[in-house]
Ligand binder design. Structure first.
Ligand SMILES: Cc1cc2nc3c(=O)[nH]c(=O)nc-3n(C[C@H](O)[C@H](O)[C@H](O)COP(=O)(O)OP(=O)(O)OC[C@H]3O[C@@H](n4cnc5c(N)ncnc54)[C@H](O)[C@@H]3O)c2cc1C
Ligand code: FES
Length: 294
């Protein structure tokens, strides 16, 4: 039997093919609310082109791979030289497995992908608002860190569901049951104040809430950027699963501007499920469907 020559060197494995997930170990778990937790990971080798966390722009996403299971999109919600993190709402099998990870266990990452929020230096910070609900607060958290002085507004069903209160103690909070902050929905409050107070609103959360914010912005001539969530499989514009009115949400979005949303009749109305079937989105502006579930 002829032995294969073993002439591989360690250097040959230094760079994985660009599409391979890069594994990172979990270093810390932080329970944020009863249903949401943040998972903090060690930064893996920064020379791997398939995962470059420091290239991340708020609003972009990464594909998270659980070996032997699946790969799904999440946004980076914590990022520093010490590590990076994602905030997960436990909803089904995949998110439950993420929540059950133990310190030291590794999952894979690819990305960041897609188009994030655009920021404009000419807009004064005090004229900018970010409005989020549920895990929609995750992409807004890094944006808020890059825009100190802008208003961060969060809507939640109840006090126990509020995210990142210790991280952003100055945020404006609305709860539907009045248990914390102001009672009601951020959209009701914005209807009354937004016209004179803001020039730009960034939003991520339940789609009916975002649709309502877009309508308020249009009426008051305010710029708006919306982070959409659509079912994703490849995350890189190949499979077509995330198609929405001719746009590929993973590539053309997930952040869309007010003028682009004008050409998207499905916004706030319809999305595709895992099988690619069109399903309607419930129209309540409440933050209870806090991760834009169907
Ligand atoms: C760009 C983007 C960023 C996201 N960021 C976050 C985040 O930071 N934190 C977070 O908790 N969730 C995030 N999500 C949603 C997250 O990917 C899904 O909630 C998660 O995959 C649920 O999987 P599951 O098996 O636990 O639940 P399932 O029971 O399979 O699904 C529950 C719901 O999650 C949604 N979903 C499931 N799989 C996908 C998928 N492959 N792509 C998109 N939506 C899916 C569907 O609406 C479904 O109804 C993001 C989604 C997108 C598109
Ligand atoms: S998820 Fe495959 S094209 Fe967008």
């Amino acid at each position: 039997m002829i032995e294969r020559e073993n002439n591989t060197s360690a250097e040959q494995f230094n760079t994985l093919p660009p599409s391979c997930p890069v594994m990172a170990p979990l270093v810390e778990k932080k329970q944020e609310t009863p249903r949401m937790l943040s998972l903090l990971f060690e930064i893996p080798d920064v020379n791997q082109p398939s995962f470059l966390p420091f290239n991340n722009r708020p609003g972009q996403f990464v594909m998270v791979w659980i070996p032997g299971m699946n790969e799904k999109p999440f946004v980076i919600s914590y990022l520093s030289r010490a590590g990076f993190g994602i905030t997960v709402m436990v909803r089904g099998d995949f998110s439950r497995r993420l929540a059950e990870l133990k310190e030291g266990q590794k999952v894979g990452f690819r990305g960041p992908f897609g188009r994030g929020f655009s920021q404009y230096n000419e807009i004064p910070r005090e004229r900018i608002a970010m409005v989020g609900g549920g895990c929609g607060m995750a992409p807004l958290s890094l944006l808020a860190e890059s825009l100190p002085g802008a208003s961060l507004i969060q809507g939640a069903p109840s006090e126990k569901d509020i995210l990142y209160l210790d991280r952003f103690p100055n945020q404006i909070v609305f709860t539907e049951d009045g248990s914390c902050g102001m009672e009601g929905l951020p959209t009701d409050w914005l209807k009354g104040y937004v016209a004179s107070d803001f020039d730009m609103i960034y939003t991520c959360g339940p789609e009916p809430m975002m649709k309502s914010i877009l309508q308020i912005c249009r009426k008051n001539n305010i710029s708006c950027q919306v982070a959409l969530e659509r079912y994703m499989k490849c995350g890189i514009g190949v499979c077509g699963q995330c198609e929405c009115d001719g746009y590929l949400v993973c590539k053309d979005g997930p952040v869309f501007s007010d003028s682009e949303l004008l050409n998207m009749p499905s916004f706030g109305n319809k999305k595709r499920d895992a099988a690619g079937q069109s399903v309607s989105i419930s129209s309540q502006a409440s933050s209870k469907t806090s991760c834009k579930t169907n």
